[in-house]
Structure formats: C-alpha cells, structure tokens
Write a protein that binds this ligand. Structure first.
Ligand SMILES: [Zn+2]
Length: 288
C-alpha cells in the first residue's frame, strides 16, 4: 500500500475549470465535430473572472480543456499573462470512468502538450472532467507517468460522476513512479450527518450567508486549507441552455446560475487566493 503523507497547506485556492456551456457530463451534448458551430461564452466568462480576481489581487489556477485552448489560444495567453496558473482539464472533457488507461493518457497528453506550446511553460497540474475518477491513486500514477506534479481531482463526497465520500479531504503527498506527487482535494463541509462539497452547483444552491459560514467552518477544521471551484458559464446568467436534459439534471445544471456571479465575487473576497503551482514549487524548492 502506497504511503499517503498529509501536508500542511494553510492557503485558499480559487480554481476554474475552463470549458464552454455545452461541456456538461452524463447527458446528450452535441458531438465534438459540431462544437465549432455552437455559440461560445468562454471568453466573456473568463474575462469576468479575471477582473474579479484582479479586484482582490488574487491569483487562481485555471484547468483548461485542450479543445478550448486550441480554439482560444489568446485567451489562454491572457490568463497566463495576468499571473494565473494554467492547469490541464483533458482535451475533450470525457468522463474518465468511461475510458481505459491508454485513452485517458492520450487525451490528457494531447491537452498538456498544446497548453505548454501556447504559454511556453510547463503545465504541472491536472483536474479530471467532472472529477470523474473511481480510483484516485491509480489516476495519480497515470498523471505522474505523463509528467504532472500534482492533481486536483479528488472530490471527497458523493456526486453523479466520480466522487468518493470515504476519501480524505486533506492535501497529501505520495510517491508515484519514483517521484513525489501532490494531491489537492476539493473542500467539503463535514458534520456528523453529511459531507457537502463547496463549489460548483452546491454553492449555487446555498444562500451566500450560509455559504460563507460553511467556508469559515471548513477552513477552521482544515488548518486554513480551502479549495473552491467553478466554471465560466456560471458567470453568465443567461448563457445558452441544453434543452434535452432530464428535469432533475436540468435543475442541477442551471439552478442559481443567475445570481452566481455576485456570490463568487463575495467568496473571492473572503481570502486572497494563490496558484497551486506556487505552493508545489515551494515544496519542491523549485523556482517558478
Ligand atoms: Zn469540466
């Protein structure tokens, strides 16, 4: 059994999964050869996020889909130029549970290579589409082999795709493929009865004052570690909708979207965020 070493990471991380409004898992979205013809909200959403981060002098990590980077290379350069980190979110936003190891590696490597060409820097972090891994330690081995230094795909609560409510929500390091690898899980609020993830749709349904309370409690219990995530589409209340979703999926996907921009603006103000790579480079004694 591989040894997990818990690490002290007393920081706030704002993270963004950079994809478009139609990159919704577990539903019938248009096939990828038709994506080019669809309207796009990713540029508008990202610029709103970049401005919010500037307002608070915060730096964030953007896990970018390779397909988006290929279509919007200047946007990716802009995120990097403004001092944020570019991480990898795969190429086609496919659910990892539905791919074999070779398909996973091919998709991820295609995206990593493209992102590095665009920004001229090494991309060291990864997040799985929809946090869709069943076996995080195996995913870590795949990522380490490809050349990543950290992962941020652990979702320590129940969800439709992936998620593991038994898994730790504390950051850790681990030996994988003869080198040190780091894991930064999504923050979850825990009590005796349930675990509630903080970020994405879960934050959209929670009133701001409750959300702030959950964040403060979670930070206290986790030595000030806090990992938050959201998407560009959630910054644009009236973005195009997928209309063929089942009713419960439709509600989950769009509930609270209209007010989420204002909520994120307040959440970003709670604490100054930094990039995950800055922390990893510090641990490794490497210069960014
Ligand atoms: Zn995603």
């Amino acid at each position: 059994m591989t040894q997990i070493n818990y690490i002290d990471v007393p920081y706030t991380f704002i993270t963004v999964d950079v994809e478009d409004w139609f990159h919704i898992l577990n539903t019938n979205i248009p096939p990828c050869d038709q994506w080019d013809e669809l309207p796009s909200i990713v540029e508008e959403g990202i610029h709103k996020i970049l401005d919010l981060l500037d307002e608070n002098n915060s730096k964030a990590t953007f896990f970018v889909l390779g397909w988006i980077a290929e279509k919007h290379p200047l946007l990716i350069k802009e995120i990097d130029r403004r001092g944020h980190e570019i991480g990898c979110h795969g190429y086609y936003h496919e659910e990892l549970n539905k791919l074999n190891d070779e398909e996973i590696s091919t998709d991820i490597l295609k995206s990593k290579t493209l992102l590095e060409q665009i920004i001229g820097k090494e991309v060291i972090g990864y997040r799985a589409p929809g946090f869709s891994s069943e076996d995080y330690l195996h995913l870590i081995d795949i990522l380490s082999e490809i050349g990543f230094s950290y992962d941020a795909s652990v979702f320590p609560a129940k969800r439709e795709t992936g998620g593991n409510s038994q898994f730790t929500s504390h950051p850790f390091s681990i030996e994988s493929k003869d080198k040190k690898f780091y894991e930064f899980p999504i923050s979850v609020y825990k009590n005796k009865f349930f675990r509630m993830p903080i970020g994405g749709g879960f934050s959209r349904i929670t009133p701001l004052f409750v959300q702030k309370h959950l964040i403060n409690q979670t930070k206290k219990k986790n030595d000030n570690y806090f990992m938050f995530y959201f998407h560009p589409r959630e910054m644009i209340g009236d973005h195009p909708r997928l209309h063929n979703l089942k009713i419960n999926k439709y509600i989950k996907t769009y509930i609270g979207v209209r007010n989420f921009y204002k909520k994120v603006r307040e959440i970003i103000k709670i604490d100054k965020s930094r990039t995950i790579s800055e922390v990893v480079y510090n641990y490794e004694g490497r210069l960014n």
